[in-house]
Ligand binder design. Structure first.
Ligand code: 2HG
Ligand code: ZN
Length: 488
């Protein structure tokens, strides 16, 4: 028989015990210290927390988790706090404890023969990328928030980004994992084996679990050879159909060279031009839509430039591409990527916006963009659809910016209508309502309808088996049980 958990009100004693385990620097309780951890990057959620914990290693985290469990206190894991769906923000009860992973920030080693890197959860993605590059390799995961996003969060959300078209999502890069389970026990799965058929691939359970099944503390990541030749082009196209035709042209000749294939609408590009200092479109005329394509190869003698020029020349001849510019230097490559990477920031500066991080089969991206644009324009006249994203893997950020003659609040009051309108079309096209940003606390209400029945019921059983008290990141992913259908 287990002893009854102390009453949640006995928090003073809990905080004292946590300070014993983590040291004074490991427990923040002053409102000013805690506040930044209680608001998400998009400013959609403003929670409260009992404390913020900053463990320095796995053992300290494990001990802290055991204490929180004993007191029945819910825990919210947080990395770089860059979630788009409020996935790392506490609720407003003031009962939850945020556990920030940023002190666990060591790169434990890089193995040039295995081409692997062992990282702790709090290492920022950009730091891990730079370390791989300094070792003559590449960590093939690139997302707009990579300067702040930390490896633990990147894995817990199965981040995707610009290179998914070639290397897959975070899930595909994880060879091994260490995690602290919801009861404080440590899951030791830091293996680096290519072949290891010994039952369930438990490490993959934590990838994409959004912190609901425990804390990812360390991982072994597969690296790739550093590219020796890289070519980047920005192309003007008539519409998404043209963008898809260009993708197919590259893919038919050599899919293995495509490192990124990104779509941008004319509206989104105009916002970047207008609102981001230093961003300038290097083409003579604005176009209805654009593609940014990056090719890369580890071979130094691949004549990549010739290949890219050849494909683009053909595409211009048959009218798919109306104008194009190829980067001549690394500086120009960075400038072209800036036009793509600043889309989220430009949309933030343009006023209120509604995001739809959706995916459909690649071949249906043009239909998605055409139908969702029409439907949203009918729903709210003057709305500004500004879709962009990872066309090469079918993930489009079908984002909408408020009309110029409507207040931001009035626009956001229609957010669910807009999301439902887009979701209906995505469902019709066999897509997903959350391609790479996760479910967090923004979208659990969609889970019962989209992943109900056996799928959600199985997720609930796994959750209940590992976290019977529902203390790990509650309120994320799962809709409240009462609102789920009987089977889900
Ligand atoms: C990107 O691809 C990010 O730039 C952000 O996933 C997308 O702001 C967004 O909707
Ligand atoms: Zn994205």
């Amino acid at each position: 028989m287990t002893a009854a958990a102390p009453a949640p009100a006995d928090h003073t004693r809990l905080l004292e015990q946590l300070a014993d385990v983590l040291g004074p620097a490991g427990v923040l309780t002053a409102a000013d210290d805690i506040d930044p951890f209680c608001t998400d990057w998009r400013n959609l959620y403003h929670g409260r927390a009992l404390a913020v914990l900053r463990p320095a290693d796995t053992d300290a985290l494990s001990a802290a988790v055991r204490l929180c469990v004993a007191y029945g206190v819910p825990m919210v894991p947080q990395g770089g706090n860059t979630s788009m769906v409020g996935g790392a923000t506490p609720d407003d009860s003031g009962r939850e404890i945020v556990i920030c992973m940023s002190r666990m920030n060591h790169i434990r080693g890089i193995d040039p023969h295995e081409m692997t890197m062992e990282v702790e959860a709090g290492v920022p993605l950009k730091v891990a990328q730079d370390a791989a590059r300094d070792a003559g390799m590449m960590l093939p995961l690139s997302i707009s928030s990579e300067g702040s996003a930390q490896m633990g969060g990147v894995l817990a959300t199965n981040a995707g980004g610009n290179n998914t078209v070639r290397y897959g999502n975070a899930r595909e890069l994880v060879l091994g994992l260490e995690a602290v389970l919801p009861d404080g026990e440590v899951f030791h799965g830091l293996r680096r084996l290519r072949k290891d058929n010994t039952g369930y691939a438990l490490r993959q359970l934590f990838v994409g679990s959004e912190g609901t099944l425990g804390f990812i503390t360390r991982a072994i990541i597969q690296l790739q050879p550093a590219p020796k030749e890289v070519e980047v082009a920005l192309c003007a196209v008539g519409d998404a159909q043209g963008a898809l035709a260009l993708f197919s042209a590259f893919r038919a000749l050599d899919p293995a060279l495509i490192q990124a294939f990104e779509y941008m609408s004319g509206t989104g590009m105009a916002l970047v031009n207008e609102l981001i200092p230093g961003a300038a479109l290097p083409l003579e005329q604005p176009a209805p839509a654009y593609v940014l394509v990056e090719l890369a190869t580890p071979r130094p003698d691949a004549n990549l430039r010739e290949f890219m020029e050849g494909v683009l020349a053909d595409a211009m001849e048959n009218g798919i591409v109306t104008d194009a510019v190829m980067a001549e230097s690394e500086g120009q490559r960075t400038n072209l990527w800036k036009l793509r990477e600043e889309h989220a920031e430009a949309q933030k500066r343009a006023g209120a916006s509604v995001k739809n991080d959706v995916s459909v089969p690649v071949s249906r991206v043009p239909e998605l963009i055409a139908r969702a644009t029409r439907a949203c324009e009918e729903l709210i006249p003057g709305i500004r659809p500004a879709p962009f994203g990872h066309l090469g893997d079918g993930n489009i950020h079908f984002n909408l910016v408020q009309p110029t003659d409507m207040s931001g609040d009035a626009f956001l009051a229609r957010a669910h209508d807009i999301m439902d309108t887009v979701a209906d079309i995505v469902r019709d096209l066999d897509g997903s309502f959350s391609a790479e940003h996760g479910v967090g606390q923004l979208k659990p209400y969609m889970m019962a309808e989209w992943r109900g029945g056996a799928e959600l019921a199985t997720m609930r059983r796994i959750k209940a088996a590992l976290d019977p008290q529902n203390l790990m990141n509650p309120g994320k992913i799962f809709p409240p049980a009462a609102s789920a259908p009987a089977s889900g």
